[in-house]
Write a protein that binds this ligand. Structure first.
Ligand code: MLT
Length: 236
């Protein structure tokens, strides 16, 4: 079982992901939002690349059933119901609803992985559940970090390390690329991941916007066993 990492959406290549099991991470915050919404009982999450696509989709599915969420520049989009804060996706708000979400990096990354065989959605909230799923499949895996505006992002990278750590604890037959080994070492040397993440650019953007509670929430490891999968245009 080979584990490789793609460091940001700009580096996704068809020949690397085609027919592979892919795990998409945008821990601050898109994949944490998606995981939380599903954990709190939403029907499905539909990622869209653009705001226009999201609005059109809501109009076609129906106002009552749908919630529009996401961000541009980390802020709520005009006319949308929710921002990209996982804390807004409570059971009371999302249960039984279809969430249509568009974000700068997370949904762009998801929609760029369509050539993969399977696409799972990961964050710190579901590290162990994702690892269990991957072990049960026993296939080569490409962990795709969303990154930030095409650039490498420390937060997604250490989350990849957390998943790899959970994998090696249960399997001694992993083949790690140098990137995967570095992600693992980053996680092992920073058991309190905040010490690592606080150096990240996107962490500091979150702080400057007063989103400390979102960041604190997204760091929580293994609060759910949900393993969201993106297939047929929907995450369930
Ligand atoms: C994204 O998808 O670009 C991020 O989740 C941005 C954010 O944290 O709002």
């Amino acid at each position: 079982m080979k584990i490789d990492i793609i460091i940001s959406a700009d580096y996704i290549r068809k020949d690397i992901i085609e027919n592979k099991v892919v795990v998409v991470i945008d821990m601050l915050r898109a994949t944490s939002v998606i995981t939380t919404a599903l954990m709190n009982g939403c029907k499905k999450v539909i990622p869209t690349l653009t705001i226009e696509e999201a609005l059109k989709l809501k109009a076609s599915i129906g106002e009552k059933e749908c919630i529009l969420g996401g961000e541009r520049k980390a802020l709520k989009i005009d006319g949308f119901d929710l921002s990209n804060s996982p804390l807004e996706y409570t059971k009371e708000v999302v249960e039984g609803k279809t969430i249509i979400i568009t974000t700068t990096n997370g949904t762009r990354t998801l929609t760029s992985c369509l050539e993969a065989k399977r696409i799972f959605v990961a964050c710190m909230l579901n590290v162990s559940a994702i690892a269990e799923k991957l072990l049960s499949l026993n296939e080569d895996v490409v962990i795709v970090n969303a990154g930030t505006n095409g650039q490498f992002s420390m937060d997604d990278f250490i989350c990849s390390g957390a998943i790899i750590k959970a994998l090696i604890e249960k399997c001694d037959k992993l083949e790690l690329t140098d990137l995967s080994k570095t992600a693992l070492l980053s996680f092992e040397s920073n058991p309190n991941i905040i010490d690592f993440i606080k150096e990240a650019r996107h962490y500091n953007v979150m702080m400057s916007l007063g989103l400390i509670n979102d960041v604190g929430y997204c760091m929580k490891k293994d609060i759910t066993t949900i393993v969201p999968e993106y297939k047929g245009g929907e995450i369930i």
